[in-house]
Design a protein around this ligand. Structure first.
Ligand code: T46
Length: 142
C-alpha cells in the first residue's frame, strides 16, 4: 500500500478465532490466513506507567496487528485528513494498521499488554517520527 494514499479507513479491527474449553481459551494467528500479511517480528509493550503514551509516529512500509492481550488501551489514528480512536480490550480482537498512518497509544489500563505482530524486522529508517514531515508527505500525493 502506498503510504501517501493510505487512510484510516484501511485500518480495521479484526476478530480472531477463539478456541474455548473448560481449561480456558486459545487464539491462533497464522500468517496470511488470520492476518493479511506475513509477520516477521513480534514484540509487546508492558509495565506501562499510568498516563504514559506510546507511538507518536507512522511507518513507511510496515503493516502491524495490535492486540490488547491483557487490559485495555486506545489507539488514535490519523491519516492527515481524518482521525479515529479505537479501543482495544479483548485478547481475540486486533487492529490492523497499514503503512502511512500516524498512531498514538493512550489510556493504558493497569497491567495492559500490547502485543504487536509486524510485517518486517526493526528498521529505524521505516519510521516517520516528525508529525510536520508526515503531513508534508501525505499532502504530496502524486
Ligand atoms: C509501534 C508501537 C505500537 C527496537 O530496538 N526494536 C524493535 O523492534 C522496537 C519495536 C523498538 N526498538 C527500540 C527502539 C527504541 O529505542 O525500542 C525503543 C522504543 O521504541 P519506540 O519508541 O518506537 O516504542 P513505541 O512503543 O512508541 O512504538 C512501538 C513500535 O516501535 C511501533 O512500531 O507502532 O510500538
Amino acid at each position: 500500500m502506498n503510504l501517501k494514499i493510505s487512510t484510516i479507513y484501511d485500518c480495521n479491527k479484526i476478530t480472531l478465532n477463539k478456541i474455548e474449553n473448560r481449561a480456558g481459551n486459545i487464539t491462533v494467528i497464522e500468517n496470511e490466513i488470520d492476518i493479511p500479511f506475513a509477520a516477521k517480528r513480534v514484540y509487546y509493550l508492558y509495565d506501562i506507567p499510568s498516563g504514559a503514551e506510546r507511538g507518536g509516529h507512522a511507518h513507511k512500509t510496515l503493516y502491524q496487528l495490535l492486540i490488547a492481550i491483557s487490559g485495555s488501551f486506545d489507539v488514535m489514528l490519523d491519516d492527515s485528513r481524518n482521525k479515529k480512536t479505537i479501543t482495544l480490550n479483548r485478547p481475540n480482537v486486533g487492529l490492523i494498521i497499514v503503512p502511512g498512518i500516524w498512531r498514538e497509544l493512550i489510556n493504558f489500563s493497569g497491567s495492559a499488554v500490547c502485543l504487536v505482530l509486524a510485517s518486517n524486522n526493526y528498521l529505524e529508517e521505516d519510521y516517520i517520527r516528525d508529525f510536520t514531515f508526515f503531513l508534508q508527505l501525505k499532502k504530496d500525493k502524486i
